[in-house]
Design a protein around this ligand. Structure first.
Ligand code: 13P
Ligand code: SF4
Length: 370
């Protein structure tokens, strides 16, 4: 049977659990002990020690998304958070190298914000179904069809799409950004791309008309109303938290909906007895570790792209400086403006999503209809 490094990183060599490794990592074990038997820890710890050594040597930081597995999130990540928090950290870091423990659109965002830094993604296959759903050419056609309508795009997009964007958003600020864009551009309508479900969930929270795109997160669109009903039946009194990339009828069944950090803060502030997070699997693991008195019911869907990132690949990225993100200068300049506008906006609250109003959008566009 192949060992951890071979199995996961292909050609990475398996590292030994030596006394030196033990000394360097013992203090980190407590953070993940609930999920990591000691035997497994002995395979992870050598990678953790080697990654943390190399970070110091090369002045590198690791930005870890909330969907990273607990050993990445807790033991090698320098900053952890949702897409918005990671973008803000990238903009502020004085490290020379950023390793994105997340997916490629997040690495693109870091590179766009930090053109002079080396930005690495440990696996180029760490994509995203939302980012893959739309291109810059699609956005140009939409702009021709809807002249004067501001373009708000979710950060879950590639650089060519961001370059055609007026202002970016994440799920934690989408409602406020849509209202800001309509006011700034003097319109009552906004193009909100490419997540049709997030668009509908935002539309339920604002009077601004929203035109969207037929994109979806393949992880969150799989959750159904029946899933939630079954969960409630099996776990009476359970509090249901959902990510706003889920379809609107799923959100309508939830007790609270918010970005990954919004859900994490909800648990921290309310300490529910029993909770379920309708989102990617690692999220519950990470939040459970931070809230030991909360019981987590754990149905979840894995994001195959997020799960491409693991310790051996992070180590390999730091050793070989692969895979480096590059973005053509002209595209990066335009994309930076859209991201920077979002970062600079003084937002006073996180977007909350509930469904007192029926969620509606003015139109859902797709390639076929352009
Ligand atoms: P947030 O962390 O911004 O909520 O995004 C979730 C997500 O799907 C990222 O891929
Ligand atoms: Fe993309 Fe969904 Fe995976 Fe996030 S969870 S990276 S939105 S496919």
């Amino acid at each position: 049977m192949p060992a951890y490094g071979d199995e996961i990183a292909g050609n990475a060599s398996v590292l030994a659990y030596t006394d030196e490794v033990r000394e360097k990592t013992d203090h980190l074990y407590a953070a993940v002990a609930d999920f990591t038997p000691e035997l497994e820890w002995r395979t992870l710890a050598p990678y953790i020690a080697a990654i943390n050594d190399l970070k110091k040597e090369k002045n590198a930081v690791i930005l870890a998304h909330n969907y990273m597995t607990p050993e990445i999130f807790n033991c090698v990540g320098d900053f952890a958070g949702d897409s918005l928090q990671l973008a803000k950290e990238a903009a502020q870091t004085d490290a020379d190298i950023i390793v994105q423990a997340g997916v490629k659109f997040m690495a693109d965002t870091s590179k766009i914000l930090c053109p002079d830094k080396t930005v690495l993604i440990p696996d180029l296959g760490a994509g995203c179904s939302l980012a893959a759903s739309i291109s810059g050419a699609d956005v140009r056609l939409l702009k021709e069809k809807y002249p004067g309508v501001p373009v708000v795009t979710y950060v879950n997009t590639n650089a060519d799409v961001k370059a055609e964007t007026d202002i970016c958003c994440t799920s934690s600020n989408a409602v406020e950004i849509v209202e800001y864009a309509a006011k700034e551009w003097g319109t009552d309508t906004v193009l909100f791309l490419p997540d049709q479900y997030l668009a509908k969930n935002v539309a339920a929270m604002t009077d601004i008309k929203i035109i969207t795109w037929a994109g979806a997160c393949e992880v969150h669109e799989r959750f159904t109303v029946d899933d939630i009903k079954e969960l409630r039946e099996a776990n009476p009194g359970v509090i249901v938290l959902a990510h706003p990339e889920c379809p609107p009828d799923v959100l309508a069944e939830a007790d609270f909906a918010g970005s990954t950090s919004g859900m994490s803060n909800y648990v921290k502030d309310n300490q529910p007895k029993n909770v379920v997070m309708i989102t990617e699997c690692s999220m519950s693991d990470n939040v459970a570790l931070q809230n030991p008195s909360v019981n987590f019911v754990r149905p979840c869907n894995l994001c195959p792209y997020m799960k491409k990132i693991n310790l051996p690949k992070i180590l390999r990225a730091l050793q070989t400086m692969e895979y480096e993100i590059t973005i053509p200068e002209e595209m990066a300049v335009k994309a930076r403006q859209a991201i920077q506008r979002m970062i600079d906006l003084p937002l006073t609250r996180q977007s909350m999503y509930n469904h007192q109003n029926a969620p509606e959008v003015a139109a859902t566009e797709s390639r076929a209809s352009l």
